[in-house]
Design a protein around this ligand. Structure first.
Ligand code: MN
Length: 217
């Protein structure tokens, strides 16, 4: 088992085309919290489809060779295919690195301190994050971001595959350090309609080491 990620989100570099990053753990390594079949379909089918569609959507555009960060910062509502698939690629690439079979527990280090400073306690943070995850109607993502203006941690959520790096599309912006996919495809096979059970399972596999790495940047 790989301890520290060989792949980090800011290394989602393009060669010729965007490509599916390998998982840093086996698809059954997050059992019983995230099941093998969901991981296989989620990574191998859903994420792969966003990448295929993104490569097709940016072909012959000004973004044909652009980084994912540049695309996210510049995309507008007038390019729905690029918006949805660039978001889908970035969000899932980040999400996989934030999970670990050795994860869970309470965060230590700078993240532990920052969460206490921003939310009072880890438990208070979890309650707010869960509330945000349940309040997102339909498909979307829940985020813990560093607000670039206030330099404080903030919980937000976005619809569909939008994310807080989409400068021209999202009101609550910031740098994501934790992400949770709340699309039904992320939990339906194991948890059916019980999104809260999936959100609670997530706490057992959060890779706080990687969250600390992202915060340090
Ligand atoms: Mn997903």
């Amino acid at each position: 088992m790989i301890d520290s990620p060989a792949f980090a989100i800011d290394e989602v570099l393009r060669q010729d085309e965007f490509a599916l990053p390998a998982l840093l753990y086996a698809t059954d390594a997050l059992e019983p919290h995230f099941d093998k079949m969901t991981m296989e379909i989620h990574h191998g089918k859903h994420h792969a489809a966003y990448i295929k569609n993104l490569n097709e959507a940016v072909k012959d555009t000004a973004w044909a060779n652009a980084s994912i960060e540049k695309i996210l910062a510049e995309v507008t509502a007038k390019q729905p295919a690029i918006r949805n698939n660039a978001g889908g690629h970035y969000n899932h690439s980040l999400f996989w690195t934030l999970l670990s079979p050795k994860g869970g527990g309470e965060p230590t280090g700078a993240v532990g301190e920052a969460i206490k400073a921003s939310f009072g306690s880890f438990t208070a943070f979890q309650e707010l994050f869960e509330k945000e995850a349940l309040a997102r109607f339909g498909s979307g993502w829940t985020w813990l971001v560093m607000d670039t203006k206030t330099k404080k941690l903030k919980i937000t959520s976005t619809p569909n595959q939008d994310n807080p790096l989409m400068t021209k599309l999202v009101k609550e912006r910031g740098t994501p350090i934790l992400a949770l996919d709340v699309w039904e495809h992320a939990y339906y096979l194991k948890y059916q309609n019980k999104r809260i059970a999936y959100v609670k399972a997530f706490w057992n596999i959060v890779n706080w080491q990687e969250v600390n790495t992202l915060l340090a940047k």
